[in-house]
Design a protein around this ligand. Structure first.
Ligand SMILES: *Cc1c(COP(=O)(O)O)cnc(C)c1O
Length: 363
């Protein structure tokens, strides 16, 4: 926590706004709008997963539809497609940002259109905070008139040619889960380009109650609004977001300065115009064996590290799902490692991590 979270939470208690609405919810939404550069409308929600679910719902995704989704991601990017009775089609990554490959995406779109299954939406992800190739993705999406849901759950504070991540797609998704760069313990947001869409999202997120004195419903609703207590934590966290981004970027800088001399360790560099919040510092090693050697040596010293996300097209739960692959995400899964990346890592802790890694034989 940054410091002023408790003040906002106390205000919620003192004024008895213990509900999924109130001054902190409005204040948090305004803070996010301002941070993202205005011109957008934020709906604070109970999770990023809920935000993706509502985004797809707002785009009219329903039973039998197909939705293109980046394969190299966390399962929460894809699960809401299934909630709606639609089918994901997984797309592999390119090597420059590790995110959805524009080339493969266009191949997939052409293939699906040929089979009378034009995709209803695209879910692209700024994985680990690195922006995806937004210009290329948007260009193709516009060419075929398919809306883009921008999963920016890991990328609050990242930028693409000075535009903030969260504002690059037709609808943007943020997460404030406990593991993200800032947190409300649990929470999320849907970013839209019009007040109308935001109001529609809030309507669906609060049980879709029509205006009447009694409870009248002409739509199926959800209970996805963020609590005013948790939004208070969010307001405090927004005050320290830029500090957190600096801390995470410094972690990356330190790891890179100390490890890039080894031929077997590769870092994910920022292409020109890309600015990553470096939510997690990831390395790609030369082989599965090297990755495991490093991971197990760290574990032996009580330091947790983790393989990169296992691609969705390799997950048992999605084993029968159509996918367009090129081997990039599978290779990253086999050889990649997430290093400890907390915003509160101390210099002596970072030194300890390096000391263990550099002792790995044959780096
Ligand atoms: C965390 C995360 C989500 C889901 O957000 P929650 O708030 O945890 O529901 C979605 N996509 C990605 C890429 C994530 O990392």
């Amino acid at each position: 926590m940054g410091g002023s979270e408790q003040k906002y939470v106390s205000e919620a208690f003192q004024t008895n706004w213990i509900a999924p609405l109130g001054p902190n919810v409005d204040g948090f939404e305004n803070d996010i709008n301002d941070y993202l550069g205005g011109n957008c409308y934020t709906a604070a929600l109970s999770s990023g997963t809920g935000a993706i679910h509502l985004a797809l719902k707002l785009l009219g995704v329903s039973k039998g539809d197909e939705v293109l989704c980046q394969s190299f991601t966390f399962s929460a990017s894809a699960n809401p497609i299934i909630y709606l009775g639609a089918s994901p089609v997984f797309i592999d990554s390119e090597k420059h940002t590790w995110n959805i490959s524009p080339e493969l995406m266009e191949i997939a779109i052409k293939d699906r259109i040929e089979k009378y299954k034009k995709p209803k939406a695209i879910i692209a992800v700024h994985l680990y905070g690195m922006p995806y190739m937004s210009n290329e993705i948007n260009q193709i999406a516009r060419k075929y008139d398919i809306p883009v849901v921008e999963d920016s759950a890991e990328a609050l504070g990242s930028k693409y040619h000075s535009m903030k991540c969260g504002t690059l797609g037709d609808l943007g998704v943020l997460s404030f889960n406990g593991n993200k760069i800032i947190t409300t313990s649990g929470g999320g947001a849907l970013i839209s380009k019009s007040r109308e869409l935001k109001e529609k999202a809030v309507f669906l997120a609060t049980q879709a109650r029509d205006s009447a004195a009694h409870y009248e419903h002409s739509h199926i609703g959800y209970n996805y609004r963020l609590s005013n207590v948790l939004a208070g934590i969010g307001r405090g966290q927004m005050e320290v977001l830029d500090e957190r981004v600096m801390a995470r970027r410094n972690n990356y800088k330190f790891y890179k300065a100390n490890l890039s001399k080894f031929d077997s360790i590769e870092f994910l560099e920022e292409p020109d115009g890309f600015y990553s919040n470096r939510w997690i510092t990831c390395i790609k090693t030369k082989s599965f064996e090297t990755r495991e050697q490093i991971r197990l040596a760290l574990l032996d010293d009580d330091i947790e590290s983790r393989p990169l996300w296992k691609p969705m097209h390799m997950q048992p739960v999605f084993k029968d799902v159509l996918h367009f692959t090129n081997g990039v995400s599978e290779d990253l899964f086999n050889k990649g490692l997430c290093l400890p990346s907390g915003s509160n890592l101390k210099q002596e802790e970072l030194n300890r991590i390096i000391d263990v890694i550099v002792k790995t034989p044959n780096l």
